[in-house]
Design a protein around this ligand. Structure first.
Ligand code: NAG
Ligand code: NAG
Ligand code: NAG
Ligand code: NAG
Length: 246
């Protein structure tokens, strides 16, 4: 048979390749005996693959690059998160382009506002202490929300602007990440609450000088925008009071 020698050669080659990869595997095992790490969590993949109606939020996570941040924090198994993901309909139902007026920074905060910096199973929400901090809580405002629960594991969230109930569970690995569905976009009070009255124009008269002075003395310190605003507003208010006394 003419075909035998090549076949044999092929079989030999296959055997060699197999044993080589076996040795390779054995070697890498010897170097890293730790058990295989679990598949890294990917929040956009979860929203796109474990749900059919969270595409908009997945896109926002991606556009704001919050996905990169959360995924990399999830690589550290000690970090846990709960994501409250609004449905596509929730975004459609937002009144007249509510998000169009947001700056890019505000959009980032809005996305971060829907992420809680710890894992909550549904029963664990009972232990949440109001106001609950979100990933957006910090430099640019308080960005907290309130949670209320009842005996049948219904969980309501309230931002001071938006009230809604946690609907379906999208994902839950029971220790590090839970993703729940919301029928509404949570509008943060920090962005959609009543705005403080505008500060007096900085150029005219003693009011402006007072505001400018307040700005100068506090300008050296690194201040969050919220604190900055309240300072400026406070100065404006004081100037207004002083003005009305004159
Ligand atoms: C996460 O999933 C998205 C969507 O499937 C994909 O585009 C992206 O590359 C993934 N990221 C990583 C780090 O694997
Ligand atoms: C949650 O909200 C619904 C609708 O507004 C209300 O009927 C229910 O009582 C609320 N439950 C809790 C626990 O706050
Ligand atoms: C949230 O809860 C805190 C503490 O109970 C309360 O002071 C605050 O008014 C609540 N805010 C909203 C918007 O319900
Ligand atoms: C999420 O989707 C992945 C991939 O389709 C699947 O393996 C996994 O079981 C799903 N997890 C949940 C909690 O639905």
């Amino acid at each position: 048979m003419a075909s035998s020698p090549p076949l044999l050669a092929l079989a030999l080659a296959a055997l060699l390749a197999l044993s080589a990869s076996f040795v390779g595997a054995a070697k890498s095992k010897a170097i890293a005996p730790a058990p295989a790490a679990p598949e890294p969590l990917n929040v956009t993949a979860i929203l796109l693959h474990n749900s059919t109606n969270h595409k908009t939020f997945a896109r926002l996570l991606h556009e704001t690059q919050v996905d990169i941040q959360i995924n990399s924090e999830l690589d550290d198994r000690s970090n846990t998160f709960t994501i409250l993901a609004p449905t596509d309909d929730a975004f459609v139902n937002l009144k007249g382009g509510a998000l169009n007026t947001l700056t890019q920074q505000d959009l980032v905060e809005l996305v971060l506002y829907h992420i809680l910096p710890r894992y909550y199973s549904l029963p664990m929400f009972v232990t949440a202490s109001n106001p609950v901090r979100t990933q957006a809580s910090g430099n640019h405002g308080t960005y907290t929300l309130n949670v209320t629960t009842d005996n049948s594991l219904r969980v309501n969230v309230s931002t001071g602007i938006t009230q809604t109930t946690i609907a379906d569970k999208v994902f839950d690995d029971s220790e590090q990440l839970a993703v729940y569905s919301l029928d509404k976009v949570m509008l943060p009070y920090d962005q959609f609450g009543p705005k403080p009255p505008p500060a007096s124009p900085p150029t005219k008269g003693p009011k402006g000088e007072a505001a400018a002075a307040a700005g100068e003395t506090s300008g050296a310190a690194e201040l969050g925008r919220g604190m900055w605003q309240s300072l400026v507003t406070g100065a404006g208010l004081m100037a207004a009071i002083a003005g009305s006394l004159l």
